[in-house]
Design a protein around this ligand. Structure first.
Ligand code: MN
Length: 485
């Protein structure tokens, strides 16, 4: 099967859609030529010239992340240090220190990381997460690298396919999710699913396609009628629709839902200029189709922890089937499409503190990284607290707090601040007093009442919390206490 091959001209055209500086384009062309010569005797497993790979990785980064020029150049050169005679000095001389740092960062994460059970994998994943905290562009190159390798996975042996796909699902997909990069996440998920369980993949794909075929006409009719109504109200808008990815449908079916019961299988997206218009559009939609109240979410007022903002409402269509509307501004739509890279203030693209705080994932990551005594400990905390299914609860002030499912008020308290955990007297969940080991649920409102006269946590709290973070902080408290006696 022939792969659609990206050329340098495709890459340059793609860059020009968001960045048109002539000298920068020349810089990219130079990196391409440099990498082409270095890789000229190498071939991919598919039989194609090796340069197709870095070129595809760079292309993905322009499309999925509107990457800056140093990132593009580094992605073109990302395999040169490892696989060719090229040295760090060669890269510094030709492309500068920053590109060299990025290439080096990617190279440190050795080759392909295999199944999480294999030796060296923990060490490697630790390096990736460390790299993320340092310069997010390193992991973006790695994500694009993994995506292209997943797209071309058919050329590997079956064992390798499964191992690589499983690791991608366990490790890279959550990263893509936390970065708010849905395009990476959705495509990676479907590719992983295809290789991990091809039978279920094909079945779900078939069911989804059949259902889309059956309901398409109805969806288009709804789009048309909303369009008409918005025009009558003189609203400046763009409208489009999408369906859920295959893996997303499969996950819902595991929860026991039939395909016709998935409320956001079809999502109609309406993009407008200003925030108040979003609410006006919401009113118009609700006057046309009755909403299912429980599924109305104002993620503009309360963004997700991935910074995704939009209004979501699911309404009953003409045949009583639910269909979702997503209403947001152009800016929010860019955030929805790009995720964290949206915030890059090129050329000053380093992660700043504000972004670390905005994305709770980073906060947890940096926290775990700072306190862990070894890579192993760091990865254990990351796996237990971050790479797991999450619930979202609220503070009394309405701020969203992200916690692993199974968390208790103790985990909540320590996530907010160690002083709050240490001085915790009472926990209130949804306006009633709750035991400290109560398992929190999505959307719970949690309030912790502290008392300064409390000396510290009780030892039994260790058995009542879920996160490594809380356990570590409680243990730290007792260590401190011991050493002060
Ligand atoms: Mn590569």
């Amino acid at each position: 099967m022939a792969l659609s091959t990206i050329t340098i001209d495709d890459l340059l055209t793609s860059i020009q859609s968001y960045h048109s500086c002539e000298s920068d384009l020349e810089f990219v062309r130079k990196a391409y030529q440099f990498a082409s010569i270095l890789h000229q005797d190498q071939k991919r497993k598919s039989g194609e010239p090796y340069i197709v790979h870095p070129l595809s990785v760079a292309y993905i980064l322009t499309n999925f992340a509107r990457a800056d020029m140093n990132t593009i150049c580094a992605s073109l050169l990302h395999d040169t240090l490892e696989d060719t005679d090229c040295t760090r000095e060669d890269i510094v001389t030709n492309f500068g220190e920053e590109v060299a740092l990025l290439v080096e960062g990617v190279t440190k994460i050795k080759g392909v990381v295999f199944s999480s059970h294999e030796e060296g994998s923990i060490e490697n994943q630790g390096k990736i997460l460390n790299g993320m905290a340092e310069d997010i562009r390193i992991i973006l190159i790695k994500l694009a690298d993994r995506l292209h390798n997943m797209r071309t996975l058919e050329y590997k042996t079956e064992d390798r396919q499964k191992a690589i796909a499983q690791e991608t699902l366990d490790f890279y997909v959550p990263i893509a999710y936390y970065l708010g990069s849905y395009r990476f996440k959705n495509e990676l998920e479907d590719l992983c699913f295809r290789y991990i369980d091809s039978e279920k993949f094909l079945m779900t794909k078939h069911d989804l396609e059949e259902y889309i075929e059956e309901t398409k006409e109805e969806a288009i009719k709804i789009v048309q009628s909303v369009k008409k109504s918005l025009e009558q109200n003189q609203i400046d808008f763009q409208i489009s629709y999408r369906t859920k990815n295959i893996y997303g449908v499969y996950k819902k079916s595991c929860e026991g839902l039939k395909i016709s019961e998935i409320h956001d299988l079809w999502a109609i997206q309406i993009i407008v200029k200003e925030i108040p218009t979003c609410y006006q559009v919401l009113g118009i939609i609700h006057s046309l189709y009755p909403p299912f109240n429980q599924l109305l979410k104002d993620l503009i007022a309360k963004p997700k922890t991935t910074m995704y903002r939009s209004i979501h409402t699911s309404v009953f269509g003409e045949n009583g089937k639910l269909i979702q509307f997503q209403i947001r501004t152009e800016e929010m739509n860019e955030i929805a499409e790009l995720g964290l890279p949206y915030y890059w203030d090129s050329p000053n693209v380093k992660m700043n503190e504000e972004l670390h705080n905005k994305f709770q994932f980073f906060k947890s990551l940096v926290e775990a990284n700072t306190h862990a005594n070894s890579t192993k400990e760091f990865m254990e905390e990351a796996k237990n607290d971050i790479f797991t299914s999450m619930i979202y609860v609220y503070t009394p002030m309405g701020e969203v707090v992200e916690l692993p499912s199974g968390s208790t008020p103790i985990d909540f308290a320590y996530k907010i601040h160690s002083d709050i955990g240490n001085k915790m007297e009472m926990a209130i969940v949804n306006a009633s007093v709750a035991s400290f080991d109560r398992k929190l649920k999505n959307n719970d409102i949690v309030k912790i009442i502290t008392n300064d006269s409390i000396e510290g946590p009780k030892e039994e709290y260790l058995g009542m919390c879920r996160t490594n973070l809380a356990k570590r902080k409680i243990s730290e408290f007792f260590k401190k206490k011991e050493s002060s006696i």
